[in-house]
Design a protein around this ligand. Structure first.
Ligand code: TYD
Length: 207
């Protein structure tokens, strides 16, 4: 089983991935961009506030990182029968580069399909909350530990509103592929909601 977690910055995905990995037997938690030595080098370019990256070039970097990650980590783990939990995946390209940067969605879908060898998640959890709440959470986290702020957190609220609405539009279009989780509560509340979704949608992974 392949489960991905998506949402804007500050939606608490990373905390939920960690907690799910403790709760789901034989699971592997990983994240994008990055996840292999080469993909981590691409991640460093992508998040470096000093890099000037053309929006289309940015898409190819995410796709290159994803390809490497699928080939070296995700597919082997799935073939070994593990439950893979991935913090961001192909839907992030649709939401950020498609809805956020307004690049053509059909091309992005095609590129994702090529990069992943047509690997699609069994379930994508979208952690949804208002963009102003997410961004203020992310910014207070960064001022507490100003390490890896990244280029995306300097985007404005309108960008994140489009990203959020993009994720919700994906979920509406393909309800069997996605589940939207209200991420505005405490980490415990959100975890309970996440488990409820899994009990309904993929009970076998909790066994
Ligand atoms: P990261 O520090 O991993 O953020 P987070 O903890 O919020 O996941 O930074 C990843 C950034 O890259 C994040 O702002 C979302 C963005 N992104 C894209 O724009 N497209 C993509 O395909 C992916 C995977 C991430």
């Amino acid at each position: 089983m392949f489960i991905t977690l998506e949402g804007i910055e500050g939606s608490g995905k990373s905390t939920q991935v960690r907690r799910l990995a403790e709760r789901i037997p034989n699971s592997l938690a990983t994240k994008e961009p990055g996840g292999t030595p080469t993909a981590d080098r691409i991640r460093a370019i992508l998040l470096d506030t000093a890099s000037t990256i053309d929006p289309v070039a940015e898409v190819f970097l995410f796709a290159a990182s994803r390809r490497q990650h699928v080939t070296e980590v995700i597919r082997p783990a799935l073939e070994a029968g593990r439950v893979v939990l991935c913090d961001r995946f192909a839907d992030a390209t649709l939401a950020y580069q498609g809805f956020g940067r307004l690049l053509d969605l059909d091309r992005l879908r095609w590129l994702n399909d090529w990069a992943t060898g047509s690997l699609y998640p069994d379930l994508t959890l979208i952690f949804d909350l208002p963009e102003e709440v997410g961004l203020s959470r992310a910014r207070s986290r960064n001022s507490a530990a100003p390490v890896d702020e990244g280029r995306f957190e300097t985007e404005d609220l309108r960008f994140f509103r489009r990203v959020r609405e993009g994720y919700l539009a994906l979920a509406v279009a393909e309800p069997h592929r996605y589940a939207v989780v209200d991420a505005s509560g405490t980490p415990d509340d959100v975890f309970e909601k996440t488990l409820d979704v899994l009990r309904r949608r993929l009970p076998q992974v909790l066994a």
